[in-house]
Design a protein around this ligand. Structure first.
Ligand SMILES: *Cc1c(COP(=O)(O)O)cnc(C)c1O
Length: 240
């Protein structure tokens, strides 16, 4: 699987910059840089980039769509890359079993039926799966399209349901800051919800928050996993 040396150098340069941003943000918040894990979101980019990232020391990658994620895990694995795969996108219930066959952690668990479908799928595949409750930080539930994420009121019940499964391990919470809102306000609210989940489930301390544009705010509010795409791989072409 070929990556041009120019692309390799570009990824190396971008990764170094992102790692520096994470370390600076952690230190500014009085935190240890090693406590903030980098998940590189490789959606829309080829498996060759995934392999190059693994060569550069990346351990965790994220994808938001099935079957793109499955194909890239397969291709990069065949080329020798051993990575932890995070599924971070909206997930239809009827695709949950397929995703449970290859994802290691699903960040976007936002409803009871999805919990049950992932659990059944993981059991059928003889696997265990990490699960995070995706929290909707929009602050209102009147969007007819149904924004991704559970409302703050639903989070604890969903966490309990995940914890009661056989094949899912509750790891914590995940959120995307609402477009146009102050990310510090959003991630402060997420931190409160995360504390409630961790109080009820002491092992569930992960906070997946922060993308290319707002990772500093997320780290200030306790993010343990930042999900970074564009700042490492470049701007994605707009998809139709
Ligand atoms: C694409 C995506 C990211 C990465 O966003 P960037 O702005 O490219 O860093 C993070 N989280 C989710 C859920 C995504 O879909």
């Amino acid at each position: 699987m070929e990556t041009s040396s120019a692309r390799h150098d570009e990824l190396e340069h971008n990764l170094a910059k992102v790692r520096r941003r994470i370390a600076d943000a952690a230190r500014a918040a009085g935190r240890t840089p090693e406590d903030v894990h980098l998940v590189v979101v490789t959606k829309t980019y080829p498996a060759s980039d995934v392999v190059a990232l693994a060569d550069l020391g990346v351990t965790d990658v994220g994808e938001n769509r099935h079957p793109e994620a499955a194909r890239k895990r397969e291709e990069s694995g065949a080329a020798g890359a051993a990575l932890t795969w995070h599924f971070v996108g909206g997930l239809q219930t009827n695709k949950a079993a397929a995703v449970a066959r290859y994802a290691d952690v699903v960040h976007s668990v936002d409803r009871p039926r999805l919990v049950d479908a992932l659990d059944r799928g993981a059991q059928a595949a003889g696997r265990r799966l990490g699960a995070l409750v995706q929290v909707n930080l929009e602050g209102h539930d009147d969007d007819p399209q149904g924004r991704a994420g559970a409302s703050a009121e639903e989070v604890l019940a969903l966490a309990d349901r995940i914890d009661a499964t056989d094949a899912l391990t509750l790891q914590g919470v995940m959120a995307v800051a609402p477009l146009g809102a102050d990310p510090d306000d959003a991630f402060a609210r997420l931190a409160e919800i995360a504390a409630q989940v961790a109080a009820a489930h002491p092992g569930a301390t992960a906070i997946s928050a922060g993308m290319s544009g707002d990772l500093e705010a997320a780290v200030r509010h306790g993010a343990t996993h930042v999900r970074i795409g564009r700042s490492v791989l470049g701007e994605r072409p707009l998809l139709g």
